[in-house]
Design a protein around this ligand. Structure first.
Ligand code: ATP
Length: 881
């Protein structure tokens, strides 16, 4: 059988029984049944059981097993049962959390899965790449990933980077010509495109020949690993902290064990002390709480149109100090409308076109012919700049499809944002004409003649000055200006970049693209939050500056810089200048990388938006690369860490607020968990040093750590963003979360709870037995930590934060309270959890001593923390000190 590259287009089309209008839905169905989904087989994921087993590879489990064995030897079978139950419960919780986190990541991934454009039943559709079937007609454009292997049937200067397949980093120029050979290396199959390669230029129609594992990449790729979410910097630093803590605690445990032995305490009791200490200290919930809070944060952001692709991004978002944003569509509405026109020495309104005037008529037709967009039954398809031109024609009852049928396109050089031009060629009244539209400053140096009502004349410097003045006038009003020019070419000449010169100037068409309503407020929020918003645009400097002024990005004293000016600056000079520049105009994607680097060298955390095929390197270089969900290319989405589903600048600012909130919440959860653990550690150390009985059995601490503490920690993680979140400077990304100041707070709050816990222990010892004392210490610690959950909701007093503003914290408190009381009251549970019976006075003491630390902390906050001081502010002060 002949290979597809050596078959004619007709042969391939016939084989799949398809026309250029695409296959029908019923064909899609039958092809899907025959060939399956367009997916590469993945390595099987870990089974839930495997995940469950993995939970036992934990230091905590080893310590617990020691505790279980010690309990068994001391004849305490109930304790042994409870400890084993706790080990299993811990593993189940770990498994559930793992599976949940995976599900939430998968659902986020699904939101950002790749899209393919196909023609089916004569209509263009956007579908998931995995739904592409052999026989589909694919539409490929610059910035797309090729979703399947296929034969090119219509080619418009297509260039494809096939490095993932051939290793060749240069783009390959494609053709639709049949290759009359039997065997051709993959890299030379110029009329084929292959799955996984990237369209860098031009466009094409392609008939899909192979999908999924039958594609070239499928044949060579071994099974792909499902991408594993790497740990975020926060998780890594907490893991490291956990490891250090474990080592220190093990050493202290051994010392305590030896000390007790030395003092003549029997070996089992000494061991129990040491084990209790270890159990008290290991913050087993820490890492999972961070994952849960991050995962919940990303879900919330997804609802608010920001799809975070990496958990890491949520953390960095809170530190963003520079937001570099595209103008068109992100700060503006991308709903262009033609306003003023200039041709033949006249400026007139969009509704004053005179189609009987030869030049005006030609300009109008050019704007429709050198144009890929269309408006069908009110549905706008294509680039809004071009749609505006089609709509202009509609005002005069001109149908773009009719005009394009009368003057068919012979060849084209597609628009690209580096070149800022687009050219097409047509046969017009027996002549062959090349039409070009684009940025005036790019087109102007290529103009040789000018069309006027008196005929074609030489383009003089006077003409040039006049046109530049008109352009300035349009731009100062925030209008986006397109220049039009043409020239005659030879019959059937296929256009190339060398043709883009020696033009005859035709005219200017300007259009308005109003700022988004929410942009001004978002820019203001940004500035208040210590974040510098910067506009980076391909548009003209004067237009960009006018819009930037309107929305508050360009303030007096700020500068606007053009790409050509930027080219003249060395990296060092740019670095010195960068703080004063708020607008970069006429930039190409390479400039974006330099701007990001300059800021990063100043130690700033930079978020950068991008949508084009060449934006990928800048998106990767930025700390947070942000792609546009609506107008962005697949490549830019792939390279970014976040996708804006609504392309809106305001959404970025909202995400920064969310990022800050998630970080603050995680920090508060950590404070809650670690201060509670500190209290337990201090109590064990104190009793051991003071030769008192052991205050907690390991089951007590497990009960607190695994049951009553987890819910308040999660509830703290769900705390809503506070109003003043965007009134503070961004957090320093290098500042450790566990700063000295933060650890001091944890220690002081831990000491406070420990003091009252030990008071309860002493009261228990006085009024009853060692068992009663232990029960009172456990209950006070447990309840004290539950109350402490309210303190950890924020830095200010609970009355300032809002007593009932986080309902989850009340639910968590309620559940903890019920669980504790069940254990204290129900006989079977009392046995299991080594609880002694308490009288009502002892109950009263527990409640009083448990609530006192919280009252003290709240009074302290009311006195000292009523102003805008908040956690993050304080920490940065502490860290700088
Ligand atoms: P941003 O980078 O903010 O999205 P932009 O959309 O204005 O800005 P580009 O799309 O790169 O940036 O456009 C740069 C310039 O190229 C425009 O100012 C305009 O003069 C010209 N231009 C834009 N679209 C087209 C097009 N479809 N055909 C020809 N020229 C165009």
């Amino acid at each position: 059988m002949k290979a597809y590259f050596s078959k004619t287009i007709e042969e391939v089309m016939k084989e799949f029984n398809v026309s250029k209008g695409g296959i029908s839905e019923s064909q899609v169905k039958s092809h899907r049944e025959k060939y399956g989904y367009n997916e590469l087989a993945e390595v099987k994921k870990k089974s839930v059981f495997r995940v469950f087993l993995d939970q036992f590879k934990d230091l905590l489990v080893i310590i617990l097993l020691i505790a279980a064995i010690v309990s068994m030897t001391t004849g305490s079978t109930e304790s042994t049962i409870v400890i084993f139950a706790v080990i299993v419960l811990n593993a189940i919780l770990g498994t559930v959390q793992h599976v949940k986190a995976e599900q939430s990541l998968n659902s986020l991934k699904a939101l950002s899965s790749p899209i393919a454009k196909v023609i089916r039943d004569n209509q263009k559709h956007e579908i998931l790449s995995k739904d592409v079937v052999p026989g589909d007609i694919l539409v490929l454009e610059a910035g797309d990933y090729v979703p399947a292997d296929g034969r090119i049937i219509e080619n418009y200067s297509l260039q494809v980077n096939e490095s993932s397949l051939t290793g060749e980093s240069e783009s390959v120029i494609k053709t639709s010509e049949t290759i009359l050979k039997d065997e051709v290396a993959l890299g030379d199959q110029k009329n084929m495109v292959f799955s996984g390669s990237l369209v860098t230029y031009g466009r094409a129609l392609v008939i899909v020949t192979n999908t999924g594992m039958n594609t070239e990449i499928g044949k060579i790729a071994s099974l792909i690993e499902t991408t594993k979410e790497k740990k975020t910097p926060l998780q890594v630093s907490l893991d490291n902290f956990g490891k250090k803590l474990a080592t220190i605690i093990l050493i202290i445990s051994v010392i305590i064990f030896l000390l007790n032995m030395y003092r003549g305490v029997n070996i089992l009791d000494s061991l129990m002390f040491a084990v209790a200490l270890a159990v008290a200290a290991i913050p087993e919930a820490l890492s999972s709480i961070v994952t849960i809070v991050l995962a919940i944060g990303t879900q919330k952001m997804a609802h608010e149109n920001a799809i975070v692709k990496q958990l890491k991004a949520v953390e960095s978002l809170g530190c963003v100090s520079i937001i570099c944003s595209d103008k068109t569509g992100t700060l503006t509405q991308n709903k262009m409308k033609v306003r003023k026109i200039y041709t033949d020495d006249k400026i007139f309104n969009f509704d004053e076109f005179d189609l009987n005037n030869k030049i005006q008529n030609f300009l109008m037709n050019s704007s429709i012919l050198c144009n890929d967009s269309s408006v069908e039954n009110g549905t706008e398809i294509g680039d809004p700049t071009e749609v505006a031109l089609v709509n202009l024609g509609k005002n005069y009852s001109l149908d773009e499809l009719d005009i394009r049928k009368s003057y068919p396109r012979i060849s084209e050089i597609p628009f690209d944002s580096d070149r800022k031009l687009m050219s097409t060629s047509h046969e017009v009244d027996g002549k062959y004409i090349m039409l070009t539209k684009g940025a005036l400053d790019v087109l102007l140096p290529r103009i040789k003649y000018i069309a006027t009502s008196e005929g074609i004349s030489e383009f003089t410097s006077k003409d040039k000055i006049l046109i530049e003045n008109v352009n300035r006038g349009f731009s100062e009003n925030g209008l986006r200006v397109l220049a039009f020019a043409y020239k005659e070419i030879k019959k059937d000449h296929i256009l190339s970049l060398d043709d883009e010169n020696e033009y005859t100037f035709l005219g200017l068409i300007s259009m308005i693209d109003p700022p988004r309503e929410e942009s001004t407020k978002a820019v203001e929020d940004c500035i208040n939050a210590g974040i510098k918003p910067i506009m980076i645009t391909g548009d003209h400097k004067i237009t960009a500056s006018a819009i930037a002024k309107q929305i508050g990005i360009l303030k007096s004293g700020d500068e606007a810089l053009e790409g050509t000016e930027l080219d003249k600056l060395s990296d060092e000079e740019l670095k010195n200048k960068v703080e004063n520049v708020s607008v970069y105009a006429r930039v190409s994607p390479e400039h974006k990388i330099r701007i990001v680097r300059a800021w990063q060298e100043k130690g700033k955390v930079v978020a950068m938006t991008g949508d084009g095929v060449n934006d990928a390197p800048a998106l990767k270089q930025a700390d947070i690369g942000i792609a546009m969900g609506i107008t962005g290319t697949e490549v830019s989405k792939d390279a970014s860490s976040m996708i804006l589903a609504d392309d809106n600048f305001a959404t970025i600012v909202k995400s920064v607020a969310n990022g800050r909130n998630v970080y603050t919440n995680i920090k508060n959860s950590i404070k809650f968990l670690l201060s509670g653990n500190t209290a337990a550690i201090l109590a064990v150390i104190y009793t051991s040093l003071a030769s008192l009985p052991i205050p907690f059995a390991p089951v007590h601490l497990l009960f607190i750590n695994l049951l009553t503490d987890s819910l308040p920690a999660i509830a703290i993680g769900l705390e809503k963003p506070k109003n003043d979140l965007l009134k503070e400077k961004p957090r320093n990304i290098n500042a450790p979360i566990l700063s000295k100041n933060f650890l001091k707070k944890i220690l002081s709050e831990g000491i406070l709870i420990a003091i009252f816990t030990m008071l309860a222990f002493h009261i228990g010892l006085k009024s009853g037995s060692a068992g009663v004392a232990s029960t009172m210490a456990f209950s006070t610690l447990c309840l004290g930590r539950l109350f402490h959950g309210f303190n950890c909701r924020g830095d200010k007093s609970i009355f300032k934060i809002g007593v009932f503003s986080n309902i989850y914290s009340w639910i968590a408190f309620g559940i903890g309270l019920v669980l504790l009381n069940l254990v204290l009251i129900l006989e079977p549970l009392k046995n299991l959890f080594e609880i002694s019976s308490l009288n009502s006075t002892q109950f009263g003491y527990i409640y009083l001593l448990a609530v006192l630390p919280t009252i003290i902390i709240q009074v302290y906050k009311i006195i000292f923390k009523q102003d805008s001081a908040s956690d993050s502010k304080e920490i940065s002060v502490g860290e700088n000190a």
